[in-house]
Write a protein of this length. Structure first.
Length: 327
């Protein structure tokens, strides 16, 4: 015990190993749409505009690996329009294996900007410039898959937003096992919740997939599986090719976790007081698991699921989301 009576804070975990190679995206830098690192292909048959995105955060490489492969394979839609986007490439190009978490962004989180007030406002940053550049493309999109990964080892998650259509889209893919129903972060709105994507009465929808830990060897396979299943669901690729590429991929029995609380860090002295991990369940309400500037933080209900506890606490950002299984 410390002099204050608190248990000592757990030691910061070592950075996970980097088990994947980072693709050279320079061959795709020019794009074909007038926007750098954006490729759009249109079929002769009518259909939806589907967008696959990687690198919303610069150090989340699994989506870049998956989409780099699709482009090298010469992917073309069989109907509608397909866009492939590498979003925050500037941050990606700054990746340093000695400081692997530092290239998440350059100035601010690209995935906290998605309200008209922010996009049309006066402030500026590297990420806002890119968001404003990409905004017209997103506004033409019907269905968006945003491919992410997590700082800590955790089973893959589908972040479905707070609308029923998001859960329906995650279920239509048949993966991953865990679907999270949540409203996002106090620090700002995510792209998957932008505009009509968050309108229950609008058929257009978005899904965010967390594919595992950023640099684990298994994460790119999860990203590719999600991208191919997304294309298959909307009838966007040649069926025989999809069948070959998805051979051995099986639908999962999915469970829904509803977020009951989002813990936003209030001080510069936040720490977890017990070891925590993603999808950890704490059985009893009232269990203290963190301290924020001297304020003890406890679970609000029994069977409380911890969703994506942060590795690097920062005031104003999300420490952890809490939830419960609802199915």
């Amino acid at each position: 015990m410390s002099l204050t009576g608190e248990p000592p804070a757990p030691s910061p975990p070592a950075s996970p190993p980097i088990e994947v190679a980072f693709p050279d995206l320079s061959r795709f830098a020019s794009g074909n749409s007038g926007i750098h690192h954006v490729w759009t292909f249109a079929a002769s048959r009518p259909g939806p505009h589907v967008l696959l995105q990687a690198l919303t955060h610069g150090n989340e490489v699994c989506g870049a690996i998956a989409l780099d492969r699709l482009l090298r394979e010469g992917i073309q839609p069989t109907r509608g329009t397909l866009s492939i986007v590498f979003a925050n490439v500037d941050a990606y190009l700054r990746f340093d294996s000695a400081r692997p978490f530092a290239s998440r962004c350059i100035d601010e989180d690209f995935n906290r900007l998605w309200t008209t007030e922010v996009l049309d406002g006066q402030r500026d940053s590297s990420e806002l410039k890119r968001a404003r550049e990409l905004r017209p493309l997103y506004e033409r999109t019907d269905f968006l898959l945003d491919i992410h990964s997590m700082s800590e080892p955790c089973l893959p998650l589908a972040m479905a937003g707070r609308r029923r259509k998001g859960v329906a889209l995650a279920r239509a893919l048949g993966m991953p096992e865990h679907i999270v129903v949540d409203a996002g972060h106090a620090a700002g709105r995510r792209l998957r919740d932008f505009a009509f994507f968050d309108d229950e009465d609008d058929p257009r929808s978005a899904l965010l997939i967390e594919c595992g830990q950023h640099w684990e060897a298994a994460a790119p396979a999860v990203a590719r599986d999600a991208a191919l299943r997304f294309l298959r669901h909307f009838g966007m690729a040649e069926e025989a090719w999809l069948a070959r590429e998805l051979e051995g991929s099986r639908d999962q029995l999915q469970r829904v976790v509803e977020v009951t609380a989002t813990v936003t860090i209030a001080s510069d002295d936040f720490r977890f007081t017990i070891p925590v991990r993603g999808l950890q369940t704490i059985a009893r309400a009232g269990t203290v698991y963190a301290n924020d500037g001297g304020t003890k933080i406890a679970t609000p209900h029994d069977d409380c699921v911890l969703i994506m506890p942060t590795r690097h606490p920062k005031r104003g950002e999300t420490a952890v989301r809490l939830g419960r299984y609802i199915d």
